[in-house]
Design a protein around this ligand. Structure first.
Ligand code: ADP
Length: 263
């Protein structure tokens, strides 16, 4: 709380009172803290891969690495630079979405068709993790009203996580349902689940349940923050339910094309 007090003085110079202004700066302080945390997080996230690249390159320059191991080290360096690149790309993308400066065309999205498209892109990952994708879509699903590229990105991020966190042989269930001119799409996996204390922070950038594990899976910690920003920019909502040891269901709800305008 910030308090400003000024005395009230009449023409003769007598003090006849005071005015006080109370300003609640808790919100400002919170914002400032968030900004500082963010800068600290970004610096840390950028430095981790950079430090390892630097270390490996220096070891190679010092000839400290036997020549038969060079490819192994180069592979690590390559992987880390790819991750750095994705991190920077995701950060810029997130700030672009948040600023709401990008104009998005609204498309009538055929959700099952878009899901097919996303699954084609994820096929190598799906085969690698030996998971099965099942779907439960109603026959008469109206189109979703949104930006197709951005909704594809939402589906990609959610499915990518679901696959990566699934046990081998796991089943991922994709569902869509319509309610009051809104479409909800959900992705349910049989992965490790998310503890309740992490669940409320899961949409925050860089929040990860197990940092090392997420990094090993090539994650940047920005995927879910991007999902939430895209869905909210559409006027929609995101949701997550999870049980440790059982699995996690992520979902998002966005408006459907109103029935009367469907031809
Ligand atoms: P990352 O790039 O690390 O996957 P995300 O923002 O996509 O970043 O996810 C943040 C964190 O949320 C992950 O590191 C992981 O701890 C947790 N998470 C996301 N999806 C799942 C899931 N389907 N099952 C379990 N944990 C998940």
């Amino acid at each position: 709380l910030l308090v400003h007090v000024s005395p009230l003085i009449d023409q003769a110079g007598n003090n006849f009172g005071a005015v006080g202004v109370l300003q609640d700066i808790t919100e400002l302080k919170k914002l400032d803290q968030l900004r500082r945390d963010f800068v600290a997080n970004v610096s840390h996230e950028l430095r981790t891969p950079l430090t390892s690249v630097q270390g490996y390159v220096e070891a190679m320059l010092d000839r400290a690495i036997p020549s038969e191991d060079r490819d192994k080290y180069l592979t690590i360096i390559h992987r880390e630079t790819l991750r750095l690149n994705k991190l920077i790309y995701d950060l810029l993308d997130l700030s672009l979405i948040e600023s709401r400066k990008e104009k998005w065309d609204l498309n009538e999205i055929d959700v099952p068709e878009l899901v097919d498209q996303v699954l084609v892109k994820l096929r190598p990952l799906i085969e690698n993790h030996q998971v099965t994708i099942e779907r439960d879509f109603p026959d008469q699903l109206p189109p979703m009203l949104g930006n197709e590229d951005r909704i594809e990105q939402v589906l990609l991020n959610l499915l990518d996580n679901a696959v990566k966190f699934s046990p081998p042989g796991g089943i991922i269930m994709l569902r869509a349902k319509v309610e009051n001119d809104n479409i909800t799409v959900s992705v349910a996996d049989q992965g490790p689940g998310i503890p309740p204390e992490d669940l409320e922070h899961i949409w925050e950038r860089f929040h990860r349940v197990e940092k090392s594990r997420s990094r090993a899976l090539g994650g940047t910690g920005l995927g879910l923050a991007i999902v939430r920003q895209i869905v909210e920019a559409h006027g929609g909502t995101v949701n997550v339910q999870s049980e440790v040891g059982k699995g996690t269901t992520f979902s998002f709800t966005i408006q459907a094309l109103p029935a009367e305008t469907q031809g």
